[in-house]
Design a binder for this molecule. Structure first.
Ligand code: ATP
Length: 498
């Protein structure tokens, strides 16, 4: 009956309308009500289930072909994840020993480090269905919709696994913090219901059931998550997927160079050295942009200079052809020279290029020679770093008697570094907890550090006024000053001073 319900309705309704008209009943109010009811039912269905179903169908990637070998760096994270996944593979041993099944794995780390790749590789490793969704997909104005979407996601994952004859399914929820944030008791009922539904689904996972379901989630704000999500039996495996170190960066660059013609002299090691703090996604972008530069040059292959240009582009943005006045260019040139001279004096040999071509939001920039990856800084090193940041503003003061808005970013950097010094007990305040000191004390110390370092930078730069004057002409004319050229000018000035 239900199978042909639609057809019977389609046949019966016109007959009913004809009959009512025949006996003289006014059917306009009835038709009006029917249209309103139909629209309401249609919208509710679309919101509740249908959109979710179709969305997840398009997201299901079953099976995933991505392997752990295609993820660069992250050796520790990969090892930890594989160990955790072995629980899913060795389910007979798990049952025999009465081990509680692993239900949730939380991947934490900055954006673009390969968390989604890890989840996909996990699906391949365990021969599971891969079903992905993002936390923001579950956020709706209507109470209950998010929860029903969670239910549908798990239902779809199980159904897909059965359809494809798989024993397990991995459900991956990116940006879990959107729905899994700490519950605050009532204000966000919709979020609470969605999170409760997720917890219910997790609690419903048993070792004996097939297909087995494993939930993987990713976030870069673990501290925001509700403790109920993190307790044993829920997301109790936490794996950190961090920014890659140099070895990891070489690996990632090599992975993304596989399908690209590299010139024999191209050196990915040196690019890895220059890209400290880049994520995997940024490194992928470097390789891609380098290939685009090669194409623009009509070059057969990707050369080292294409790679260097690509690093600048990913770091600072595309070159812009913003027209600027002569005075503005001069001011920018002196500002950048201020950074460069300060850098060279506190860290000899560190400047690789001073450039006056605008990129992204920057009107000029100083490129520094690659340093070793560094995770620990002494007080002196941070102070030097602050002096380099202040060098631009100090130079403007020296030549124009005042600063411009061009130092905004530099000050942000300097303030961040002062904060790091305070939190590390490297200031006169000693070892502090921010709650123990007043705002005034913090402000006073902050001002005193910055004032002292500004003075030190000024007296350092004042001794090399002629380097500014000599370099300015070249920079305005050529737009770039190489590290070598710049060091020569500085060396001459030093000899004269002595
Ligand atoms: P988000 O937190 O923003 O969702 P994510 O950590 O999930 O980011 P992915 O989506 O896995 O990052 O990575 C984005 C892209 O960056 C990948 O498609 C890949 O091209 C590249 N990538 C990131 N990390 C790596 C890596 N470790 N090895 C190889 N490629 C990587």
């Amino acid at each position: 009956m239900s199978k042909y319900g639609k057809e019977i309705m389609i046949g019966a309704v016109p007959v009913l309308i004809a009959f009512l008209l025949f006996i003289g009943v006014n059917i306009i109010p009835v038709l009006f009500m029917t249209v309103i009811l139909g629209t309401f039912l249609f919208m509710t269905r679309a919101r509740n289930g249908m959109s979710v179903g179709s969305d997840h169908k398009s997201r299901s990637r079953a099976p995933s072909y991505l392997t752990f070998d295609e993820i660069g760096g992250q050796d520790r994270a990969k090892r930890e994840l594989q160990e955790a996944l072995d629980f899913l593979i060795r389910y007979e041993d798990i049952q025999r020993l009465g081990i509680r099944p692993l239900k949730g794995i939380l991947l934490t780390g900055p954006p673009g480090t390969g968390k989604t790749l890890m989840a996909k590789a996990a699906a391949h490793y365990t021969n599971s269905i891969f079903m992905a969704a993002s936390g923001s997909e579950f956020v709706e104005m209507y109470v209950g919709v998010g929860a029903s979407r969670i239910r549908d996601l798990f239902k779809a994952a199980r159904a897909q696994a059965v359809k494809e004859n798989k024993n397990s399914a991995i459900v991956f929820i990116d940006e879990i913090d959107v729905i899994g944030g700490k519950r605050d008791g009532g204000q966000h009922r919709e979020y609470d219901q969605t999170l409760n539904q997720l917890l219910t689904e997790m609690d419903g996972i048993h070792t004996t059931e097939t297909p087995r379901v494993l939930i993987m989630a990713a976030t870069n704000r673990k501290e925001m998550l509700d403790p109920a999500l993190l307790r044993p039996g829920r997301f109790d495996r936490h794996i950190e997927v961090d920014l890659p170190d140099k070895k990891g960066r070489v690996h990632i660059l090599n992975i993304h160079a596989k399908n690209k013609p590299l010139a024999p002299e191209a050196n990915l090691e040196s690019i890895a050295q220059e890209t400290f703090h880049f994520s995997g996604a940024q490194l992928e972008s470097v390789m891609n942009e380098a290939a685009i530069y090669a194409m623009r040059d009509e070059s057969e292959n990707i050369q080292q200079r294409h790679l260097s240009l690509a690093v600048d582009k990913v770091m600072l943005g595309e070159k812009t052809d913003r027209e600027s006045t002569k005075e503005e260019r001069e001011r920018v040139a002196l500002h950048e020279l201020g950074h460069a001279i300060a850098a060279e004096l506190v860290r000899p040999g560190s400047v690789s290029q001073v450039s006056l071509s605008p990129r992204g939001k920057a009107l000029g920039f100083v490129r520094h020679n690659p340093q070793q990856d560094q995770y620990l800084y002494t007080k002196e090193q941070i102070e030097h770093q602050i002096m380099i940041a202040l060098g631009g503003a100090v130079a403007e003061e020296m030549f124009y008697g005042g600063r411009s808005t061009g130092s905004r970013n530099d000050f942000e950097q300097a303030l961040n570094m002062v904060r790091t010094m305070m939190d590390s007990g490297l200031t006169k305040l000693g070892i502090i907890d921010r709650d123990m000191v007043t705002k005034e004390e913090l402000m006073k110390e902050n001002a005193s550090i910055l004032e002292e370092l500004t003075q030190a930078t000024r007296s350092m730069l004042e001794q090399h006024r002629e380097v500014f004057e000599q370099s300015l002409g070249i920079l305005i004319h050529e737009e770039v000053l190489s590290g070598e050229q710049f060091r020569q000018l500085l060396e001459q000035s030093r000899t004269v001073t002595i």
